[in-house]
Write a new protein. Structure first.
Length: 416
């Protein structure tokens, strides 16, 4: 089946809001085995919205529209959908009551008349109750096609899609579609694709696709079969082959698991604690770790030591070391890792020091030069990286490399 996404909102065209919904939906639809050939963004204009929706409905099996379901005059998605499909709008009593209940629940008693507009639905539509907002989602089937209308706010769209739309699409599909995600770190997308080109060239069922992220790469393996068990049986040999080829570069096969979650899980399994000593990343490594629920079991503290004085006073980096090698050096990165672990009383410490730019680089030490140190139970390792990109990109890459260095040490140095 083919699927198409139309994001509605002039604010998206103006760049006032980043369109994260399309990225999310594209990834989720790929995981469901749907082919997506078109994505579009259209402003709050009746003529252009009508044209975009009409073309999408003619060429795609499923059309997903996001945004434009609110109470104001420029929220026209539902009305235009109904007009194109030739369906009248009727009042949905349950949705009206849920809107009233939502206002009471959020201590707002001033319901204006235009809010009831959100309770009007195309006749015959299946309503997706929205527990996080007032506008319900909708599924409308006509002439063998399907239109799915979802609210624009991501905190409303994502739960509706996960809980209501995914089961609907799976039920609608004539086959069971399953996928497995193999997540890599330390291998770029181009290299990963080269290493599995023979698998990609001969793929049929399952199919293989690579997705690039900052210093990470995901490989999705998707199969179609009569049942979930049969689909997974088709997937497993390919996953096994990926493990043979990528080895410890694979940090998880769980789609929702992040690199930091994998690291925290390893630390918990081994009963170890960790701290961070950061310069150019300014606390980003610690922040990634703290994203993980339950990380308080393993993280001791985090130190931001941006200037040389802080490195000396907080981490105990010798002044003569800083003077001789400068803050951006293998020697100082190692001393930061050792000092951080000692200061926190932790089993492990990740340190980062580098030149994120855009200023501060020299011919000898250019922008993008980063040293990552990892102290682990008495042994310290430092890695040098030469990264490209702007300041944010370099810092983001440094965070990933730091987390991955600790992960690799946990699985190799300690016999995982």
């Amino acid at each position: 089946m083919t699927v198409e996404v139309i994001s509605v909102g002039t604010e998206l065209l103006l760049g006032n809001i980043v369109n994260t919904n399309t990225q999310y939906l594209a990834e989720k639809c790929a995981g469901l085995g749907l082919a997506m050939y078109y994505q579009s963004v259209v402003g709050d204009n009746e003529e252009r919205m009508t044209k975009a929706f009409t073309e999408a409905f003619e060429r795609s099996d499923i059309v997903i529209l996001t945004g434009g379901l609110g109470p104001t005059e420029d929220d026209m998605t539902k009305e235009i959908c109904a007009k194109v499909l030739g369906l009248p709008l009727i009042l949905h009593e349950r949705s009206k009551q849920r809107i009233a209940d939502y206002f009471v629940r959020t201590s707002r008693n001033n319901i204006t008349e235009n809010n009831w507009k959100q309770a009007m639905i195309p006749e015959g539509a299946f309503v997706l109750d929205n527990d996080n907002g007032t506008a319900p989602g909708l599924i409308v089937e006509k002439e063998g096609g399907c239109v799915i209308l979802l609210p624009g706010p991501p905190n409303e769209l994502k739960p509706l899609f996960e809980e209501k739309v995914v089961p609907y699409i799976k039920k609608r599909s004539p086959e069971t579609i399953c996928s497995a995600m193999v997540k890599l770190c330390g291998v770029g997308e181009s290299r990963a694709e080269t290493m599995i080109k023979d698998l990609i060239d001969t793929q049929s069922n399952p199919t293989i696709a690579t997705y690039a992220k900052t210093s990470e790469c995901d490989i999705r393996v998707t199969a179609r079969a009569a049942s979930e068990a049969e689909a997974m049986a088709l997937i497993q040999p390919t996953v096994d082959e990926l493990f043979k080829r990528f080895g410890e570069n694979i940090f998880t096969t769980h789609e929702e698991e992040t690199l930091e979650q994998a690291v925290v899980k390893l630390l918990k399994q081994k009963g170890l604690t960790v701290t961070t000593a950061e310069s150019c990343t300014g606390g980003l490594v610690a922040a990634r770790l703290i994203n993980v629920s339950g990380v308080s079991d393993v993280i001791k503290s985090g130190y931001i030591t941006y200037c040389d004085e802080a490195k000396h006073q907080i981490l105990g980096v010798p002044s003569d070391l800083l003077e001789k090698y400068t803050a951006v050096s293998e020697q100082v990165a190692g001393a930061m890792a050792i000092g951080g672990a000692k200061a926190a009383g932790a089993d492990a410490c990740l340190s980062v020091t580098g030149i994120a730019g855009p200023d501060g680089g020299t011919e000898e030490k250019p922008v993008g030069l980063v040293y990552v140190g990892c102290f682990l139970q008495g042994d310290t390792v430092v890695r040098e990286f030469k990264m490209r990109g702007n300041r944010d990109k370099i810092r983001e890459q440094a965070v990933v490399q730091a987390l991955d260095l600790l992960r690799r040490r946990l699985i190799t140095d300690m016999g995982e």
